[in-house]
Design a protein. Sequence first.
Length: 104
Amino acid sequence: MSHAVKVLQLFKTLHRTRQQVFKNDARALEAARIKINEEFKNNKNETSPEKIEELMKIGSDVELLLRTSVIQGIHTGHNTLKLVPRKDLLIENVPYCDTPTQKQ
């Protein structure tokens, strides 16, 4: 698969992830859209395969970080936030256990 196709796939994936992660937050959606477009535009003339691979790795890491680590917060009052995690982030996490235990 050519670099151009991989870059386009990453671009689309970042925008889809942005739409999921910042859903219902117009300001964050717009800021993320601008940042993604700006980064791709700034590097659109890159021809070095090594540099392209490095930039693609950074983009993939950013997408993974957004998808797995970002939780929305809504101001509900003075110095109060309500966290709104996405369903895909709500997994059982038992430290030091490879398989979840059954609750009885």
